[in-house]
Ligand binder design. Sequence first.
Ligand SMILES: [Zn+2]
Length: 380
Amino acid sequence: MYYNTHIHTFKHEDVPERFLPFRLVRWLAKNKHSKRLIWLLNILIPFTDKDLLSRYARFLEIGKFKSQEVIFKECQKFYPENTRFVVLPMDMKFMKAGKVPRDYTKQIEELGNFAKTDPNVIPFFAVDPRREGVFDLLKESVDKWNIKGIKLYAPLGYFPFDKRLYPIYEFCQENSLSVVSHCSPYNLVHFRGSKRELELLLEDAIYPILNPGKSKKLLCANFAYPENYRPVLEDFPNLKICLAHFGSGSYWEEFLDHPGEKGNWFKIIREMIEKYDNLYTDLSFTMNNKELYPLIKILFENNKLAKRVLFGSDYYMVETKSNERRFGLDFRAFIGEKYFTQIAKENPERFLNIAKPANIKFGSSTNANISSQNMANTYY
Ligand SMILES: [Zn+2]
């Protein structure tokens, strides 16, 4: 059994009306020739970020499928049969980017019901502390649909150490639910309210503000800043938290060019993993840049780090179809079976608190000692 611990299956109707920056893109979403039009636009308009439009194209193409099940099946076909997927929903109601056509409760209901019919789907629950009754909704969802963890997306406008999240963390810790939290800067998905509203939200920051006076997109990096997780990791030592995207591809590239530079999120997460046994990260950005593969392989030589990295692809937020397959196959071939098994099987099972069936005999006292020690090393 292998695991992809980071995919998305939400639909267009789960995304706020002003989420995509151009009205044009929104219009394209409704147009049945959207793919060809985007191809044409790509040629006609010199976009500064050349990936952006193809990213939208991908989003438009997949997000308009009939159901989360169809979107999931689209992803599943790129992977071996014995693969399970952590599906991360999104609650984008409070990012102030307009009305969300379908309420989040309907999104989680659809996901939960679908997950019940397919053992390869591991559903998570998106938590936004601003949603009224979110804790009750989480508890209900855990009962109904066997939710295995929660998804956070701090750049939408809250800090991970927000006290409103504390009872939820407590509940997750007690019930062996894990946390996947988006942790990369300068993302398109961020708080879109006024600058004043954003400044007010940022008043709760516990570290000096990054990019003061800059754009909302840059300022929202303050919510996701990895150091913000220190209090949570310390207050909930048995709560497993994955800071998704390992600081982002851009910080990896910056590290290759300027390894000594301070404030690099990749370096911060790497150092934090040394300190906190409950901290994980995932590689859901690397498919964009094969040049980073060697760095990953070198990193895995550090045993402690290799035990905390999860295989996640961020389907379908990546640019092209081939990437999904490339991530599954090329990456696996490059890092080799030993490390692949570690990040796509052993680590996810530990992260998701999925106990392995015990095939260890507790008969003789020597065996018992060895096996309990092994279990302590492996599963806690
Ligand atoms: Zn994602």
